[in-house]
Design a protein around this ligand. Sequence first.
Ligand code: SF4
Length: 474
Amino acid sequence: MKYHLLVLGCQMNMSDSERVKSVIEEMGFIHTDNEDEADMLGVLSCSVRQKPIDKVYSRIHKWNKIKNRRNVITFVSGCVLPDDKKKFLKLFDFVFDMSELNDFPNMLKEYGVVTPMSLQSDLGKEKNDDFNIDVEKASTSFSLNPVKLKPASSKALLPTNKNIYKLWNVKPHYESDFEAFVPIQNGCDKYCTYCAVPYTRGREVSRPSAEIISEVKLLIENGYKSITLLGQNVNSYGLDKEEEISFAQLLEEIGKLGNEIQNKCWVYFTSPHPRDMSRNVIEAIAKYEILGKQIHLPLQSGSDQVLEKMNRKHNVDTYRESINYIKELVPQATLFTDIIVGFTGETDEQFAKTMASFDEFKFNMAYIAMYSPRPGAQSFQWIDDIPKPKKKERLQQLTDKLESFSGKYNQSLIGSEIDVLIRTTERKTGYLSGHNEGKIVTRIISKDTLLIGQIIRAKVTKASGFSITAEIVE
Ligand code: SF4
């Protein structure tokens, strides 16, 4: 019996999917990329943008057609807004919060679904070759908490995060054997006006530090080369609990683990919030070799007025203080950021300030998005008054500026020797692809796929706006 899982959205969903797969495979299901041969079809949804939600609807429409021909189970979980959840309840067999994942096997059992594992334990009692669903029960939309799901009020469907600890206790089925995500926190308390995450994932909850440290330790011992600590606001880690250590202390603990190993490994984190970027965090990055010298600090806009409208709780001055401290203590660190252009009401002068911030901070990489109103976010009610061509123009102007600075930085690497983590093959034959410690995309002239998953030494020979090319040093 097979299952197919569609994962939409960000790295957080990717990371959650590793635990979802674990739970489903524990029940005896085998993963398939082909939904036509799957007995269970699931999706980890993302309500933060409209596009993935449209994808969920088109997919469930298709899956329900399959359901008319044969027995299949459908489920949806992940980042789901209360309003979407209400609609999904009519379309999927199972709708559950990520914090309810551990109870998924019981939900199936309760609704009369026979899983491969239960079939195995039933062998000897009665032979049953067919995948068997109590269709009447399973076709009823279901959630762990039916009382909450019945009322029309979407408020009752808000995620509580109460049992998120159970999710973290699931041993993940890591997708890769050399790079891994480690969730350290779930939810968000910041309520940026353009973002729906606090309404899909709930309030911030920090994972127990002992658990994080032991997961990171295990990964390091197993030879992982790149580990990313994940959360919506990683550097507010621990603030929700009096007895928990801070994010800087967590980095210290991981730094010490790194000092005990011989092999090379880089530990990154994403995303921190500028408001919580304490000096201690930067000091820890400077102090420990294992902490990757790449910092992703989302600025979002170079205008204080726009930042205020976004409810970002930081301004350009405080952002500058953090960057200056990073440049002082970790001058070799590369800087990444996130920017939104064309936020509601953004004037030419305000955009010019974002352009100026690029001149000042000289980012190595920026993920620049054109603003689009997101259902569930506060700004959804505001007029999206910047025309799309204007947004596109601003995006292009910023991208050009970014490329000129990152290109210059990349040029400065020519002739130097660097460590590169080889991740995959390049589309162009004869090349492998990976990144250096600063996460600059690096093309390596080699066909040796056995190098994938290893950190090798290479000499930079060429550079372009967003990547470098290097030759392996014997
Ligand atoms: S900090 Fe802002 S952008 Fe990030 S998840 Fe929270 S609300 Fe969304």
